[in-house]
Every structure is written in C-alpha cells, then in structure tokens.
Design a protein around this ligand. Structure first.
Ligand SMILES: NC(=O)C1=CN([C@@H]2O[C@H](COP(=O)(O)OP(=O)(O)OC[C@H]3O[C@@H](n4cnc5c(N)ncnc54)[C@H](OP(=O)(O)O)[C@@H]3O)[C@@H](O)[C@H]2O)C=CC1
Ligand SMILES: O=C1O[C@H](COP(=O)(O)O)[C@@H](O)[C@H](O)[C@H]1O
Length: 572
C-alpha cells in the first residue's frame, strides 16, 4: 500500500481534539467485577488496575479459559497496573512496512485496551509530502488490513484517527525536527504540561545516526520538560566496528538510559516464559547445568523466503538478520544465571556474562563450528518455489547465506562441555522456533532397549508451550519403554498472546528497559559472530557451492555432521 501523496494542509490540531481523542473506550464496573470473579475462579490474581484486551478475531481462543463475561481473565493478569504518563510517540519511517504491519496495529491494540494512559498521540514522520488527513487515512487502512490488528471495537478507528498527525521532510536537515518540536509543544497542554516523547526509528539503518543527531541538534533529547526516549530498530550496525560507531554516535546525544534497542523476540510471551519457568520454579534449576544437560538446541526455522526484501537481505544475510540478534538473545536467556532481581540491570548483567563466556570463534575455527547454506528451488506444501537466486532483486551469483547452524561453547562452570547448537534459515519446511534442553541418558540401562534422552522443549512459536519428553512403560506384560510427551500449551490459559511489539512499546513508554538489549549485549553478540562474517565474506575458493539445500528441506547435510555423531537435530 503506497501512501497517497498530497499537499500538506494547515494542521488542524486543536488541543480540544486531542483531549477528546485521548480517552479510550471506558470500561464499566460490572465488567471489571465479572473479570475479577472469573479470575478468582481460575486462581489468577488481578492487578490493581488491570484492563481487558478484547479477543482478536484472527486466533482461536478456547472457551474453557474464558471468564463469566466471555472474556479472558488472564489477559488482565498479564497487564501492568501502572499507566504511562501522557506522551507523544514520534515514528520516523511511519510510511514503511514495519510501521504499517506491526507498529500501528500494536499501538492501536494498546490504546483500544486503555493502556496508553490519559493522553497520547502519534506523530508519523516521513519523507513523503502528505497531509495529516492523508496520513490518518493511510494509518486506518493499515489497521484494517494488517493481520496483527486486534478486533476493532465499534467507533474505535474513528477515535484513534484523532490521535494521528504527520510531518515530513529531509532527515538530514533541521526543518523536520523543528516540526516535531512544534508537535510536542502543541501536545503540551493536553499532556498536563509535560512534553514526554518516545522517538521510534523505523527507517533504514543508514538513517539512525542522522535522525539521532538531528533530534540532538534541536535539543529534543533534553529531558527538562519531560522524558525523552529513543527506540532503535534492528540491525544495530552491520558488524562490530559499525555497531560501535553507531553506539558512539548515539551516545553523543543520548544517555544509555534513554536508548531502547529493540529485538522483538524478547517481546514474545513464550521467550519471557523461559525466565518464568527457570526462575519461578525450583525443580528445573538443579538440572540446568553440565551434570545433567547433554546439549541444547535452539531453532528458528522459517518457511518463508525473501518476501520482497532482497535489497535489505542481500546486504544482511542470515547471520546479521537472525543469528546476531534473535538467536543470541535466546541463547543468553537459556544459559544465564538467576538474576538477583527481575529488573533491567540485573537481568542484562547476567545475559552479558553469558556472552562474555562464549568461546571465541576466530576465523580459523569457523568451519569446524559453523555451517551455512543458501536455498535453491524446491517444493513447499506441494508447490514449486524459486531458489534464493531466483528471488526478485537478488544478484544471480549471490553468495548471501540464508541458513546458518552454529555450535556455541560457553566457558563457565555451569556449561563447561555442554554444546549449544543454534540453527536458523529461510525456506525450511515449517515455521517453528524452539529451545530444547536435551538431558543426558540415564547412567545404566536395566530395561530392554536403548536409553533415550529426556528433552525439555520450549516452543516459542507457533503452538506455544512447553513439553517434557521422557520414557514410560507401555501397557502390557513386558517391561517395554516408549518415549512419551507431557505437554503444556499456552492456549490452556485461554489467552490471546500479545504482539511482541505492543509489549515492548508499552515497556518503553513505562521506562522499563528489561526486555531491550543493552549496548554491551549488542557489542558482545557482534564479537561472537564477527569471525563468521569475516571468514565467510572473504573466503573465495573454500566456499561451498550455493545453493546447497533445496527449499522445503532442513538445510545442508553438513549441519547434521556438525551436531553428530551421537546427536540429531530435533524433528520439528
Ligand atoms: N519490515 C519488517 O518486517 C522489519 C523491519 N525491521 C527494521 O525496521 C526498520 C524499518 O523497516 P521497513 O519498514 O521494512 O523499511 P521500509 O523500507 O519499508 O521503510 C522505512 C521508512 O523509512 C523511509 N525511508 C526509506 N529510505 C529513506 C530515505 N533515504 N530518507 C528518508 N526516509 C526514508 C521510508 O519512506 P518511504 O515510505 O517514502 O519509502 C519508510 O517510511 C529497518 O531498520 C528494518 O531493518 C526489523 C524487523 C522486521
Ligand atoms: O527480524 C526478523 O525476524 C523475522 C522473523 O520473526 P518472527 O517473529 O516471525 O519469528 C524474519 O523473518 C526477518 O527476516 C527478520 O528480519
């Protein structure tokens, strides 16, 4: 959907309009009581001011979990009791794919649930000349068409429309930031005299520095009139040197406490559940170490191909796109020590310790611990699909990897000798993300047949849940064992899982950086993958022939050798 280009009209942004529009749908006491009763029935504590999110129409919510009012009581239990202060969210790159598909729906969902506080407005900023009205039309159309949008309550879109404004200009000049400042000034009265602002950089990475500096030139990072925060999209740099340079550039303007580097995997409910299960239960932690764990497998498989993102992906490849950020985050959460408290610094300190303990992968070690691949033509769900090189926008001789498998060793007491195998790729047979902790075999076999390894698997997506695989006696006269699975599925809660972006946006508005990678995390993650990037981008003759796996298969055969001989990738 291309935004309509129109001449800019005079901005009709009276404060009355803002005050009126800022009030989301009110909720009656009757409903709140019913939710509370329903929650008590199923044993869920209610937060002080928990608010209910309506069901999304696009996902099935099992009846068993619903409260008396037909809504899901667990939703309110997941909500914070604190509302953000009045604020303006300024989205640079508001006409882009991410804003359209994910950000606007996430903000709309939060607003419709009444979670954005008493006053809130959004200023989209782009390079395209457009009126406020045209942007409002554009945003509402995005909400109507995005698969991420919550069920739209009657009248909601019309009210939400009143929160939206648009500015445009050259991101290298000053004018556009002056317009942003004017927007913050205008919002001040409706926002109780505060000028809180959350700036979201949803642009190509080459614009992160110019926008950060532009805001700085106008003093918009200054917190004297309200808090100011900066969300930065991924990728944060394209290698260690550029990530450090970007960090330095950002820090010339912003204090680290104002910076929120987003990794949407951390906003996934099931990723957070990893911490909940590890540190909210006593039974797992004693087993979570080299004495009991054989190895860990972390998989982020995607069935999709490029989806029209060749321009970006040809530059990035799978190591920058998925491994350096999402998979490294999953690794840290799986391997970290228990933090002293559930707060941003304590958690991020522990995550960094894991990354620092990862055994270095210098160029010379790369080919013994890592495998890369690129998909060729193949079959997915019975349909023939093109190979990577045949995707629109990809160079015919492209050497960009779309698959990587990596063996990570963590040199600390807990994990000495326990390999972590990470794999991710595009055009694999299905979309599935999973962390599997594979335990050692029992020391002695007293039953007929071989001994199997128990597996505790965290299913991040889809079919979110946790399963434990163990051996059990089969019914009958013989002492015959077979592997069985005990399954907890998230939908047992009857809950609609929150979009990671809404979780993270609300956290940023509340000033909670727990689920945002800190500068040292990003730096260490780059250090780990640098060897791979260096070796593979400069390898010449030793490079494998691409393509080396057909679309619709689980990647190159070398990945099986990497994990073997006594271990197998899980069949997912
Ligand atoms: N799309 C996705 O699913 C994901 C995206 N990201 C990250 O989010 C960010 C945004 O991605 P995405 O929305 O896909 O990107 P897009 O290319 O769709 O556009 C982003 C925005 O930046 C604007 N823009 C692009 N080039 C310039 C320029 N030279 N000067 C001024 N404005 C410009 C675009 O304006 P215009 O509309 O005029 O082109 C658009 O508003 C990127 O950093 C990306 O890596 C991260 C994870 C997933
Ligand atoms: O950041 C990215 O993530 C998506 C996968 O995210 P998921 O939430 O659908 O698992 C990936 O497709 C994309 O290439 C990458 O940029």
């Amino acid at each position: 959907m291309t935004p309509p280009k129109k001449k800019r009209a005079a901005t009709p942004t009276g404060k009355e309009t803002r005050e009126k529009a800022a009030a989301p749908t009110t909720r009656g006491t009757r409903q709140t009581v019913a939710r509370k009763q329903a929650a008590e029935k199923v044993g869920v504590a209610q937060p002080a001011q928990g608010l209910q999110r309506p069901r999304k129409s696009r996902q099935r919510v099992p009846k068993s979990g619903a409260g008396e009012d037909g809504q899901n009581p667990f939703r309110s239990a997941m909500r914070r009791s604190r509302a953000p202060e009045p604020a303006t969210m300024v989205i640079f790159g508001a006409t882009g794919d991410l804003a359209r598909r994910k950000l606007l729906p996430a903000i709309f969902g939060l607003w419709q649930d009444g979670l954005l506080g008493s006053a809130f407005n959004i200023v989209g900023v782009g390079r395209q000349e457009m009126t406020d009205e045209a942007f409002k039309d554009y945003a509402l159309e995005a909400l109507r068409t995005s698969r991420e949008t919550d069920e739209i309550q009657p009248g909601s879109l019309e009210k939400f429309r009143e929160l939206l404004y648009y500015e445009y200009g050259e991101f290298s000049g000053d004018e556009v930031y002056e317009k942003v400042r004017t927007e913050l000034d205008r919002a001040e009265a409706a926002h109780g005299g505060r000028k809180n602002a959350l700036f979201y950089l949803s642009t190509p990475p080459s614009l992160f520095e110019p926008i950060s500096s532009g805001l700085g030139r106008l003093g918009l990072q200054n917190e004297s009139e309200g808090w100011r925060r900066l969300i930065i999209e991924k990728p944060f740099g394209r290698d260690l040197a550029s990530a450090r340079e970007l960090n330095d550039d950002i820090h010339r303007v912003w204090d680290e406490s104002q910076v929120y580097r987003i990794d949407h995997y951390l906003g996934k409910e099931t990723v957070q559940n990893l911490m909940a299960i590890r540190f909210g239960n006593a039974i797992f932690e004693p087993l979570w170490n080299r004495s009991f764990v054989s190895h860990v497998q972390i998989t982020a498989a995607e069935d999709l191909g490029l989806e029209g993102r060749a321009g970006y992906y040809e530059e990035a490849g799978v190591v920058r796109d998925m491994l350096q950020n999402h998979l490294m985050q999953l690794l840290t959460l799986t391997a970290m020590e228990a933090p002293a408290a559930f707060d941003a610094d304590a958690i991020r300190d522990e995550k960094v310790k894991v990354l620092r303990a990862v055994k270095a992968i210098p160029r010379g070690r790369v080919n013994s611990v890592a495998v890369r691949g690129q998909y060729g033509p193949g079959t997915m769900d019975g349909e023939t699909v093109p190979g990577y090189k045949q995707e629109p926008g990809v160079k015919r001789g492209s050497r960009t990897p779309t698959y990587v498998a990596l063996k990570v060793e963590i040199d600390n007491w807990r994990w000495q000798g326990v390999p972590f195998f990470l794999r991710t790729g595009k055009r694999l047979p299905k979309k599935v993300t999973e962390i599997a902790v594979v335990f050692k075999r029992p020391p002695l076999g007293i039953f007929p047949g071989g001994l199997e390894r128990n597996v505790l698997a965290f299913r991040i997506q889809p079919d979110e849940g946790v399963s434990l695989k163990f051996s059990s006696k089969t019914p009958g006269q013989e002492m015959e064992l077979r592997e069985v699975v005990m399954d907890f599925r998230y939908d047992a809660f009857g809950a609609q899982l929150e979009s990671p972006y809404s979780r993270l946006l609300l956290d940023a508005l509340l000033g909670d950086a727990t689920l945002f990678p800190r500068e040292d995390e990003v730096d260490h993650a780059w250090q780990i993958v640098s060897g791979l990037l260096d070796a593979w981008e400069d390898e010449g003759a030793a490079a494998p022939d691409f393509p080396n796996y057909p679309a619709g298969t689980w990647g190159p055969d070398e990945a099986d050798t990497l994990i073997g001989p006594d271990r197998r990738w899980r069949r997912l």
